[in-house]
Write a protein that binds this ligand. Structure first.
Ligand code: NAD
Ligand code: UD2
Length: 307
């Protein structure tokens, strides 16, 4: 069976992808520095899994991890936008140099297929209020977004020059089991559900009428698997969202139903620079991928809450 490398495989999205690859009978290598990921996210006793603790910023380590594998899902990054604002130099090592190291290692070892985790952050505030398509002008407002966009450009260079086959996905708001709720900048669903379960007060920044296009991690994994395994991939970047707007107030109502009520909800001033409405135009994704059946928000929340 083919062996695949998942960088960042001990994290939220990566570990869900690892589970799916193993379940499909593949061998998996994970390269993760455990800065955010956890060993407990991985089935370490599975003989088909090899865990390498190491940094994608280390070219040598990346080259060893890439050698001999059939394809790479490159998910390792400091996923916190705020961390990139606070420490652009250090996060650049993970978020950009790590991507360049993966490209170079793939070129050296003749590995072609790579799935890349880009982000809706590359659009900045552009397209706000309409469904954002991939042609929307790019406006990276943070080091995180700049690094993700630069990574896309480098992958395209390696595609043209060295025959790499990148499958580039621009994730909107992903949620589900193993998303870490511990920072104030963690995904809102992970924070709200954890606080609801623990009976702790919930803070809504603004009036709660801002909307997001929430996408369940299991549905994302189905797409990442296709990106990794399908005969051919489209090299154009693809938005990953359902093109559905859910407000925070609607989200809280759903959580309230599942948890049998909500703790006190406080409204605080809106976050500076917060995007009011973010929604993907996913026509290009639909044209090129077999879309999974959508996991409804309530069902995704149920999974996350362990109900
Ligand atoms: P996560 O923090 O759970 O996963 C990232 C993993 O990468 C962690 O396990 C972390 O330990 C590892 N990592 C970080 N720096 C590393 C380094 N230098 N070397 C090796 N490993 C390193 O976050 P996630 O939400 O699972 O994000 C996965 C990918 O998806 C990231 O590239 C992120 O930028 C991207 N993304 C996520 C979202 C979202 O909604 N969660 C949205 C857009 C893009
Ligand atoms: C998401 C991504 C970010 C970047 C951005 C691009 C996550 C975690 N963040 O930011 O990486 O790609 O999209 O547009 O996926 N909120 C509250 N209370 C809380 C926490 C959040 O009200 O305790 C609000 C927050 O102000 C925002 C909404 O919830 O209006 C969603 O916040 P988020 O941090 O989950 O995600 P977002 O869309 O700001």
């Amino acid at each position: 069976m083919a062996e695949f490398l998942v960088t960042g495989g001990a994290g939220f999205i990566g570990s869900n992808l690892v589970d799916a690859l193993l379940a499909a009978g593949h061998n998996v290598r994970v390269l993760d520095n455990l800065s955010m990921g956890k060993r407990s996210n991985l089935p370490l006793d599975n003989p088909h899994l090899r865990f390498i603790e190491g940094d994608v910023a280390d070219a040598e380590v990346v080259a060893q991890a890439v050698a001999g594998c059939a394809g790479v899902a490159h998910l390792a990054a400091v996923a916190s936008v705020q961390a990139s604002v606070d420490d652009p130099v250090s996060t650049h090592q993970s978020n950009f140099i790590g991507t360049l190291n993966v490209c170079e290692a793939m070129r050296q070892h003749g590995v072609r297929r790579v799935v890349y985790a880009s982000s809706a952050a590359i659009y900045g505030n552009n397209g706000e209020g309409v469904a954002i398509d991939e042609a929307t002008a790019k406006a990276p407002l943070t080091p995180y977004a700049s690094d993700k966009l630069a990574g896309e450009h480098y992958l395209d260079f390696y595609r043209r020059q060295h025959g790499l086959e990148p499958a580039v996905f621009r994730f909107f708001n992903i949620f589900g089991p193993r998303q870490d709720p511990s920072s104030p900048y963690s995904g809102v669903i992970s924070i709200f559900t954890q606080r609801a379960q623990q009976g702790l007060p919930i803070s809504v920044f603004g009036d709660g009428e801002q909307t997001r296009d929430f996408f369940y991690v299991g549905d994302l994994v189905a797409l990442l698997m296709q990106g990794l395994l399908s005969e051919q991939v489209v090299s154009d970047p693809l938005n990953v969202g359902w093109s559905q707007a859910v407000s925070l107030n609607q989200l809280l109502a759903e959580i309230g139903v599942l948890c049998g009520g909500l703790p006190p909800v406080t409204h605080l001033p809106a976050r500076a620079g917060d995007i009011r409405h973010s929604r993907a135009d996913n026509a290009r994704l639909q044209a090129h991928y077999h879309m999974p059946e959508q996991t409804p928000l309530r069902e995704g929340l149920r999974q996350l809450l362990g109900l």
